[in-house]
Structures are given as structure tokens and as C-alpha cells.
Ligand binder design. Structure first.
Ligand code: GLN
Length: 257
């Protein structure tokens, strides 16, 4: 096995595509972008942010090494859904299939499945790249809201994931072993089967807002490492950072729950 290397300022750079920052960014999702950029900078390499919205050409997606899309309410979701189906969905799917790493939160996560049925019974076709469906049973059913703790089921994550969820949609995975993890506290994908999120190739779908990355630095570093490895075709090792403040925040939430 080749030895892993540290990213260097002059030779390594990542482009992070931030999908629909103006429409898809609830419950602090923007914080995820800040964390990715800062954690790269603290390791001495640059992460350039590329905002991608309705008026941006889909071609820009081909230049991204890491992708991020946050959550939204149904109204914004309908606007973005149309843009994805008409313009950007094909390239986005290609990038995911190619193994370009990405993080997709809540409403964004729902889009990548086969369909999302809204509270008022509209069926929004998804990209179908994640093998799952999402249905909102209607306004008379409770939304799934609160803090969440998840035991991750993937290599490279050894600590529980912590976040905050607020969704009406219930997601059901076709393949249970594709789950991101098991719910310890909270609702997760649907409040019934104990699963939370999905992992497909290098893409992560999850209901965890919060935002998720400041509370889960391990996941942020995993995404950066995957992106560097995919781009440069070598193994990378990120120097550990002093995450004592993040750890305190995590402990406070775990204690509260
Ligand atoms: N509108 C979706 C739902 O309620 C997603 C919500 C969100 O992204 N927070 O299920």
C-alpha cells in the first residue's frame, strides 16, 4: 500500500460546489460550508466555494471535487426540484455515480431518492440515484423534530453522529445496509425502522441539520479526505486538529438527551 500524504498549500486545492445556497439552507446548513473551508485552511490547503443556483450552468458541476446541498421547506423544494429535473440532475447523478463525494441534508437528501410525496400529496420525481422513496403522510401527522444521536455504520466514523432533525417526510431505503447509521435517540429516516440516512459510493444523505459538520468534525474530515483522494488519486492523511470545543458541544447535547 502506498503511504498516505498530507495535503500541501501549493499543490492541493478543492472546489466545493454549494448547491442552491439561496434556496436550500435551513437550520444553519450554511455552517457546513464554513466548517469544510476552515478545516481545509487549518491544514494549509485551499477550499474554494462555488455557489450553484438556478442561473448557474450545470457544467460547473463537472469542476467540483466535493458537493453540498442543504435542506428546505416544500415551497423552495418545488422550485429546486424543477431545476434539477430540467437542468442539473443528469450531471449531478453522473458525479455521484463517479464517486465525487457529497453531503446532502434533509430536503436535498429526499431529492436524490426516487420520489418525494409532499404533505399536500404532490409527487416530486427525484433523481433516483439513491435507492429510496420519501412520503409525507400529511399535515395531521406530526413532523419528526428534535435532537438526534446516530451510531454510524461506516468505516472512518468511530464517534456517534449528533444533529437536529425537522422533517415531515418519511424515507424508506430499498437496501437496509445502505443506512448511514442506527438511531440511538430521535427519529431518523422514518421514526420506525431505526435507520438514519444513506451512504452511496462517496455520497452521504442524512436528516441531520444542526448544522451537522461543526458537531461532527470526523464526518467533515472524512469528506475532505475522500475529496482529496478522489481528485489526486493518492491516499491522504489530515493532521488532527484541536477539537476540544466541538467535543464539549457534543458532550453537552449527549448529556441533555
Ligand atoms: N420539506 C421536507 C420535509 O419536511 C424537508 C424539510 C427540511 O429540509 N428540513 O420533509
Amino acid at each position: 500500500m502506498t503511504e498516505s500524504q498530507k495535503p500541501k498549500a501549493k499543490s492541493h486545492e478543492l472546489t466545493i460546489g454549494w448547491l442552491y445556497p439561496d434556496l436550500m439552507s435551513t437550520y444553519g446548513d450554511r455552517g457546513n460550508i464554513i466548517v469544510l473551508q476552515k478545516r481545509a485552511e487549518w491544514r494549509g490547503f485551499n477550499a474554494k466555494i462555488e455557489p450553484i443556483s438556478l442561473n448557474t450552468s450545470y457544467l460547473i458541476l463537472n469542476t467540483c471535487d466535493l458537493l453540498f446541498m442543504g435542506g428546505a421547506q416544500d415551497t423552495q423544494q418545488e422550485i429546486v426540484n424543477k431545476d434539477l429535473l430540467d437542468k442539473k440532475g443528469e450531471v449531478l447523478t453522473e458525479q455521484i455515480e463517479k464517486g465525487i463525494p457529497g453531503l446532502y441534508i434533509c430536503g436535498a437528501y429526499q431529492f436524490l431518492g426516487k420520489y418525494y410525496k409532499t404533505a399536500d400529496n404532490k409527487n416530486l420525481a427525484g433523481l433516483g440515484v439513491f435507492k429510496m422513496i420519501t412520503e409525507n403522510p400529511g399535515e395531521k401527522y406530526e413532523r419528526l423534530i428534535g435532537n438526534v444521536i446516530v451510531e454510524p455504520k461506516i468505516e472512518g466514523l468511530t464517534q456517534p453522529l449528533i444533529g437536529f432533525e425537522n422533517h415531515g417526510g418519511r424515507t424508506y431505503l430499498e437496501y437496509k445496509n445502505e443506512r448511514l447509521g442506527n438511531v440511538v435517540k430521535g427519529f431518523g429516516n422514518n421514526g420506525k425502522d431505526g435507520s438514519e440516512g444513506i451512504v452511496y459510493k462517496n455520497s452521504f444523505g442524512t436528516y441531520l441539520h444542526g448544522p451537522i459538520l461543526p458537531k461532527n468534525p470526523q464526518l467533515a474530515d472524512l469528506l475532505l479526505t475522500l475529496a482529496l483522494e478522489k481528485k489526486y488519486g493518492e491516499k491522504f492523511h489530515l493532521e488532527p486538529l484541536n477539537d476540544s470545543i466541538e467535543q464539549k458541544a457534543r458532550e453537552a447535547i449527549i448529556k441533555r438527551l
